[in-house]
Design a protein. Structure first.
Length: 678
């Protein structure tokens, strides 16, 4: 008995209950920082230690290989030399591969199939589109893949997809899906979506195989259950044994990935799907101060679709959560930079500080500020602003306009967007350039004069050179930021992005808008280009200790002593596009995202919004996020700057975008109002 008490000594009462109640369906509602991983690993170790099952009779599913490795290491450490491995601990995908390697023939595929990555998928889709005369400019391969992935996440092979309406757009993609699926089978390959989908089909079509595994797995444990999608949940249901010994751990208040296909209803309806389900709530938080927890709990209580819990802590009350209003986004970045600078001088590590944004383009103003005051930073889950492909493309156009001898810039823009100028053309230009000791642009002009280019290439190069001459002439008469708009339009770059319908290109468009905003801070093109060059050269000199900048989505599972949450304004957060597409469902997910952001903070949290944001080069009035109104009065300290209060009876529906409440608009609302009043 003493050994068992030592075994559970690091757990609180709720955690011990969740570990010891091993029989029947169990849902562990684990709040942020409440030790859910500790409970899951202790439960797994307890089952093995008590000889309730052998290690290969336990199925433990995680969402990342990193989480699986961490759990495996913890369990082995707890049990010591009694176990060397946990063969069925891994991600949905890695475990599905094991099933398919063993039973591939039952599905008509070979057991030595290869797994293709995203790049291979895109190449395959591009080839199919070309063969089927589908214009990749109108429907991008990335968008086609995302819809195919959605169908697979819903459990549909091509022949099982039923289109709700006569949609030519989806009909075309379904046709591509059929060809694509046949092609990867011919290649003896699977993509990531196939791994789980084929496993489900394997068990549905072969009950005897399913029975082998459901009988073998005496216990099933699932981490981050709130992030499961339809096909993953189906996969689990097919493997649960007759005793329903399945334990799912997660937090409905941290379900923020619906855009990846995650379905929160799996979590919310668990106790209805599995009769006699035991629900354990882990509400004691070991991460954050009381003020931070109470702020987060009060905010998330405004959501209706949740199981409900209230985080608490035995720790310190801690500093109040700071709510700051700034005149504009630039001042916001400047003040936050100042706070960080002061903390760093007081021996606080930059690694313990994080700025969490709603949209990735928000990072630009912080990057600019940190470059100016010499604070090192890292972008987590993304690329630094001036290193993003679309930003580098635009800057290369500007570099070449500024001076013709920039061969690297010329080479980059020569076929961006695609103009049919490939490696052979570039090779010809370089050979002529080296031989005659002139730059690539002059080489192009000489080759045109001497008629050494093929007719089609000659026409394309001539047109590009004419545009470059025109842009240099425009620069003498126009502002450098107005010139970039012209360049993006006349080069075809804007059309390239707008014609491809996917989230990635929407982000690229937003980044180019942010680049245009950045250019307004400089008097001329030369000054701006010098700033960009300095920004990229400084990056290479920085040491390892850096401020962390990332989106709130990327921050899930992480924690920092000090967290800054800027940009809490309507249209930005909650994000207008999400609200337009999914209404109240999106609003609740946005609020969960706010909850995740606040609970990343261990000691200090700063929330802020600006009264104005720069939008297409103009200052637009902003409305504080409705989430600001949902913060508690106690534990939150508001700064003394004047803030336009939102009326208590203010209705956030679309009717308010027009009429008396127009003064409360934000950039996102202004766009929607324009659309509604056409």
């Amino acid at each position: 008995m003493k050994e068992k008490r030592n075994f559970l000594s690091g757990l609180n009462k709720q955690q011990i209950s969740a570990v010891l109640n091993t029989e029947g369906p169990t849902l562990v509602v684990a709040g942020a920082g409440s030790g859910k991983t500790k409970v899951l690993t202790s439960r797994l170790a307890y089952i093995v230690d008590e000889k309730k099952a052998w290690s290969n009779q336990i199925l433990c599913v995680t969402f990342t290989n990193k989480a699986a490795k961490e759990m495996r290491d913890r369990v082995i450490k707890i049990i010591g030399g009694k176990i060397n491995s946990l063969p069925w601990l891994g991600t949905f995908h890695s475990i599905s591969v094991k099933f398919l390697r063993r039973h591939a023939e039952a599905l008509g595929i070979k057991s030595n199939f290869s797994i293709i990555d995203t790049d291979d998928q895109k190449k395959l889709i591009k080839n199919i589109c070309k063969a089927e005369n589908i214009d990749a400019k109108k429907i991008s391969p990335q968008f086609i893949l995302s819809l195919i992935d959605q169908w697979k996440n819903k459990g549909f092979l091509p022949e099982e997809v039923k289109l709700q309406k006569k949609n030519i757009f989806e009909n075309q993609i379904l046709k591509v899906y059929k060809i694509y699926q046949n092609k990867i089978r011919d290649l003896n390959s699977c993509d990531f979506g196939d791994l789980i989908l084929y496993s489900v089909k394997l068990f549905e079509k072969n009950p005897e195989i399913r029975k082998i595994y459901s009988n073998n797995f005496k216990y099933i444990l699932v981490d981050e259950y709130q992030d499961t999608n339809f096909i993953q949940n189906k996969w689990l249901q097919l493997l649960v044994n007759d005793k329903k010994n399945i334990c799912c751990v997660g937090d409905d208040d941290q379900s923020i990935y619906s855009w990846r296909g995650a379905e929160i209803k799996n979590f919310l309806s668990f106790d209805k799907v599995y009769n006699n389900c035991k629900v354990f709530r882990l509400e004691q938080n070991y991460r954050s101060t009381k003020n931070i927890l109470e702020t987060a709990s009060f905010l998330i209580s405004h959501n209706k679709d949740r199981l409900g819990k209230k985080l608490w802590s035995e720790g310190d009350v801690g500093d109040t959560v700071k709510l700051n209003c700034y005149k504009n986004g630039k001042e916001e970045a400047g003040e936050i930079g100042g706070i960080i600078e002061d903390c760093a001088k007081n021996s606080n590590s930059l690694n313990d500080m994080a700025i969490l944004v709603r949209a990735i383009y928000q990072t630009r103003e912080f990057e600019e500020r940190f470059l100016k005051i010499g604070i090192s930073y890292r972008i987590i889950g993304g690329i630094k602003f001036y290193e993003r492909a679309e930003v580098k493309d635009a800057i290369c156009y500007l570099r070449l306009i500024n001076q013709k001898f920039d061969d690297l810039a010329f080479e980059r823009i020569l076929n961006t967007p695609k103009r049919g100028l490939g490696e052979a053309t570039i090779k010809q230009l370089y050979e002529f350039s080296n031989k005659n000791k002139i730059c690539l642009e002059d080489s192009s002009r000489k080759l045109l004069e001497t008629n050494q280019l093929k007719p089609k290439i000659k026409s394309t190069v001539k047109h590009l050179l004419e545009l470059i001459n025109k842009w240099r002439s425009d620069l003498k008469k126009k502002k450098h930021y107005d010139l970039l708009k012209i360049v993006l339009d006349e080069s075809g770059y804007s059309a390239m992005l707008k014609n491809k319908k996917d989230l990635e290109n929407e982000n690229r468009i937003e980044n180019l808008k942010e680049l245009l905003r950045a250019m307004h801070d400089y008097d001329n093109l030369q000054g701006f280009l010098e700033h960009v060059a300095l920004a990229t050269s400084i990056d290479q000199e920085w040491q390892k200790e850096k401020v962390n900048i990332m989106t709130m989505h990327a921050a899930k599972g992480l924690e920092f002593d000090m967290v800054f949450l800027p940009g809490w304004e309507e249209g930005l957060f909650p994000h207008q596009k999400s609200l337009e597409e999914k209404g109240d469902f999106a609003l609740e997910e946005e609020r969960r995202l706010a909850y995740v952001g606040i609970t990343r903070a261990k000691k200090r949290a700063y929330i802020s919004f600006a009264m104005q944001r720069s939008w297409h080069g103009e200052w637009m009035d902003s409305l504080p996020s409705r989430f600001v109104n949902e913060l508690p009065d106690e534990g939150v300290e508001k700064n003394e700057d004047p803030v336009k209060e939102i009326p208590e009876d203010f209705d956030f529906n679309q009717d308010n975008l027009i009429g008396d409440n127009e003064e409360y608009r934000s950039p996102g609302w202004a766009r929607l109002k324009k659309k509604l009043t056409k």
